[in-house]
Write a protein that binds this ligand. Structure first.
Ligand code: URA
Length: 197
């Protein structure tokens, strides 16, 4: 984690951060991944979404949230009037874990300085985390996602505080469609926050 912190702090722009990640060798996940999945959408967008880690489709394409979860995410964004291309999308882990397993606490800790830097440089007005690992890592809590979701939190970049909301992961909603009402409530709250409410 110290190596990652030192490497991440050297990035003054998102492009520099991407290049640093592409050179970084301190996370074992990189060895089995096809590529580094850094971001999609618009750097500097008012809304930033952060998921867990690339899956197979993302590992192949190099873009976050392009598989089935991504398609659901796109529909959820469209439902609040947001085209995914106008948001900024990333993951707490930029390399696909083998077989899409959940990242370990150590892997999350290693990658945390990079996503923290990415958020600070992207500097959104509103930050949305998707699923348990992203929320637990970024908010440094062990609290479960079903308790964390739907509550506005302050995310401190070290430079400023950003309004942040944890919600459920689209992959979870694909397995548990009955939970979609909670995500819908959260996305409507995001819409209101972007509208200044
Ligand atoms: N799930 C995630 O958390 N991120 C992706 O990029 C794709 C699926």
């Amino acid at each position: 984690a110290a190596a990652a912190r030192a490497a991440a702090s050297g990035a003054e722009t998102l492009d520099e951060l991407r290049a640093i990640l592409e050179r970084f060798d301190g996370c074992a996940l990189k060895a089995t991944a096809s590529r580094t999945v850094f971001s999609d959408g618009t750097p500097g967008a008012r809304l930033m979404l952060v998921g867990e880690a690339p899956g197979r489709d993302e590992d192949l394409s190099g873009l976050p949230f392009v598989g089935r979860s991504g398609q659901l995410l796109d529909r959820m964004l469209a439902a609040i009037g947001i085209d995914r291309a106008s948001a900024y999308i990333a993951n707490v882990i930029p390399w696909r874990p083998p077989g899409n397993r959940t990242p370990t606490p150590q892997e999350l800790e290693t990658c945390l300085p990079f996503i923290r830097r990415q958020i600070a440089l992207a500097d959104p007005d509103v930050l949305v985390t998707l699923g348990g690992p992203a929320a637990q890592s970024l908010f440094q809590t062990k609290e479960g996602i079903l308790r964390l979701r739907g509550r506005w939190l302050d995310y401190d970049t070290g430079r400023r505080r950003i309004r942040a909301l944890a919600t459920l992961h689209p992959a979870y909603l694909l397995r548990q469609p009955g939970q979609k009402a909670f995500a819908w409530r959260d996305f409507k709250a995001v819409r209101r926050a972007l509208d200044g409410g």
